[in-house]
Design a protein around this ligand. Structure first.
Ligand code: AKB
Length: 315
């Protein structure tokens, strides 16, 4: 049975990935690592939790040894918008943590490391429509620079040391358990919390800012499917393009209005507009489809219906 450590277990993705992994591999076989905020009693009783400061190698090592870990999911990262507010911190946290994870994985012969990349690896010189897997990677954000660095490190550790590192370039992820924090695509979650509470929403991107997005169940399916793929089929490592659907704030608002006709939106673009303008509008994910059978389940309409359903019950 696998013994998994999830670093960044209580963020937007970790909050849903940890239960999915526990369901698959058993609750005691998935250790959820937190850093700044101690989980509450309910979270602690759901399975093992440990404090890990991934900027310190010995902090990761201690948990690997204690639980005999063979697989690491490294999710902790400072996202695009938060990274532009404090680029020095984003540089340090994003690069130092990944370097430590890869070093301990190499030293302790960890079987597999899963580390998400992002559409933030692309920049203003990248073709914006149907962006290919192999293309220009010259991002304009510190977050994007750290993700390009991460993809290159993953290739290096695979080729030089045989560390099996894998990851996808996530688009914006829409979810209803934990809120995202510090991203440029966060509006696409926040908008639902306003709509379901019958409140108007002011969007920080312009109405026509089309970006690639994905619903959380598809994001979880992608990570787990890639983690389990036969390595002999994989020609890439931590740099798989991944797509589900693309929409602009105006298109998302119109789709929400089909379900909640009283919903209203206005627009006050801020510094995040420049980040969105530097990213692709749509993604070509042919490599992921070909090499490990990727295919999303949710359309924009199905995602909107499900989000409204789940949040109406929750709120
Ligand atoms: C962000 O907006 O920074 C993230 C991402 C696309 O990686 N959601």
């Amino acid at each position: 049975m696998k013994k998994i450590l999830v670093i960044g277990a209580f963020g937007q993705v970790g909050s849903e990935l940890v239960p999915a992994l526990r369901k698959k591999y058993g609750k005691d076989n998935v250790v959820a690592a937190w850093h700044s905020k101690e989980p509450d009693e309910a979270a602690k009783s759901a399975g093992p939790t440990e404090k890990v400061d991934a900027t310190k190698k010995e902090s990761i090592e201690a948990v690997l040894a204690q639980y005999n870990i063979d697989t690491i999911y490294h999710l902790a990262s400072i996202l695009s918008a938060a990274g532009e507010k404090n680029p020095q911190l984003a540089y340090f946290v994003n690069n130092a943590c990944l370097y430590n994870v890869l070093e301990v994985a190499h030293e302790r012969r960890i079987e597999r490391v899963m580390v998400p990349s992002s559409i933030a690896v692309f920049g203003p010189d990248t073709p914006r429509d149907n962006t290919p897997n192999e293309t220009i990677l010259k991002p304009s954000t510190m977050y994007g620079i750290s993700k390009v660095h991460g993809e290159l490190l993953a290739n290096y550790y695979f080729n030089k040391f045989g560390v099996d590192v894998r990851g996808v370039r996530f688009p914006g992820i829409i979810s209803n358990v934990a809120l995202p924090g510090g991203g440029t695509t966060d509006y696409a979650v926040d908008i639902f919390y306003h709509a379901v509470k019958h409140k108007p929403y002011t969007c920080f991107l312009s109405p026509e800012s089309t970006l690639p997005m994905m619903y959380m169940p598809d994001a979880l399916k992608a990570i787990i499917q890639l983690a389990e793929a036969d390595v002999s089929n994989l020609k890439h490592h931590a740099d798989y393009n991944l797509a589900a659907f693309s929409f602009s704030p105006a298109e998302l608002a119109a789709t929400i209005q089909e379900e909640l006709p009283d919903f209203t939106i206005d627009y006050k673009p801020d510094f995040r507009q420049a980040i969105a303008d530097s990213w692709p509008r749509s993604i070509d994910d042919a490599c992921a489809r070909r090499e490990w059978g990727w295919k999303p389940d949710y359309t924009l309409k199905a995602m909107v219906k499900d989000m409204i359903d789940v949040l109406s019950k929750k709120l």
